[in-house]
Design a protein around this ligand. Structure first.
Ligand SMILES: Cc1cc2nc3c(=O)[nH]c(=O)nc-3n(C[C@H](O)[C@H](O)[C@H](O)COP(=O)(O)OP(=O)(O)OC[C@H]3O[C@@H](n4cnc5c(N)ncnc54)[C@H](O)[C@@H]3O)c2cc1C
Length: 243
């Protein structure tokens, strides 16, 4: 089987001022199978050198029996890959991709630990897929701590609020670094960074927690260092680095 397959962009939606969701369909199969937390690697037409063309994107939704997957992508100023995706790609465009890959996944067995998910921006993508799959069937606690700059940058807000309403074992906390949280009171929101939240709320070290961290190295490295300093074991910290 050839390693690279042609995928078709079936839908594009603006999620926030600089984030879009792209739905990729793999026409060579009826169903796209993957584990929530895995990613797709794209070979984008942005360079003559193979390795300079590859960009990975976490799959943002759980498998739903179709041959499509949603990618949630932030446009980077001067980013070669994202400029192509935001300016050169449209519904109907094809891109090359490989089979889903990656090991940033929850164990398949029923979970016997609490999961604290820490992310900023599109780092939320793998967590959305995991929560869509697991919340209905797990008894353990999940806490999503999501950081971004302003309220308009909050990704999937209504969905996570609905999950928090429906599932008593799910908590959703938003941190805004550049403005005060909305005054509507619906959201558990703070002014500041994700680090303040887990530092305060998980100060009592507990062996039954796993911290899943996802996003760019600045946030992920700082969170890992903080958790180790707080007394958590390296084994309790699982991470996915975007760059
Ligand atoms: C496993 C994995 C999963 C990923 N999943 C996603 C995802 O779901 N959504 C998503 O948007 N991206 C994701 N990424 C990042 C993505 O692969 C690209 O790196 C990103 O889109 C930038 O590509 P580009 O070609 O536009 O930028 P490039 O032209 O490659 O330039 C990027 C440069 O900017 C730096 N940089 C990139 N992003 C940031 C940032 N936010 N803040 C500061 N510096 C930054 C990089 O380190 C690099 O030096 C993932 C990366 C990996 C490895």
């Amino acid at each position: 089987m050839p390693k690279w397959k042609e995928a078709v962009i079936r839908r594009i939606t603006q999620r926030s001022p600089n984030v879009r969701s792209f739905w990729l369909e793999l026409p060579d199969r009826e169903e796209l199978n993957y584990r929530p937390g895995q990613f797709l690697t794209l070979d984008l037409p942005i360079s003559d050198r193979r390795r300079e063309r590859w960009r990975s994107y976490s799959i943002a939704d759980a498998p739903d029996g179709t041959n499509q997957a949603e990618l949630c992508i932030v446009r980077l100023p001067d980013g070669r890959g994202t400029t192509y995706l935001f300016e050169g790609a449209e519904v109907g465009s094809t891109v090359l991709t490989k089979e889903p890959g990656g090991v940033f996944t929850l164990p398949e067995r029923p979970l016997d630990f609490s999961v604290v998910m820490i992310c900023t921006g599109t780092g939320v993508a793998p967590f959305r897929a995991m929560l869509q799959e697991r919340l209905a069937r797990e008894k353990n606690d999940f806490h999503l701590i999501f950081g971004c700059r302003t309220a308009e940058d909050i990704l999937y807000r209504e969905e996570f609020e609905a999950m928090a309403e429906q599932y008593p074992n799910f908590r959703y906390t938003v941190c805004l670094s550049r403005e005060d949280p909305p005054a509507d009171g619906a959201l558990e929101a703070h002014r500041g960074y994700v680090h303040q939240v887990y530092r305060e709320q998980y100060a009592d070290v507990n062996d039954d927690i796993r911290f899943y961290l996802c996003g760019w190295s600045q946030m992920v490295d700082e969170a890992k260092a903080n958790l180790l300093e707080m007394g958590y074991d390296e084994q309790q910290i699982i991470l996915e680095l975007y760059g």
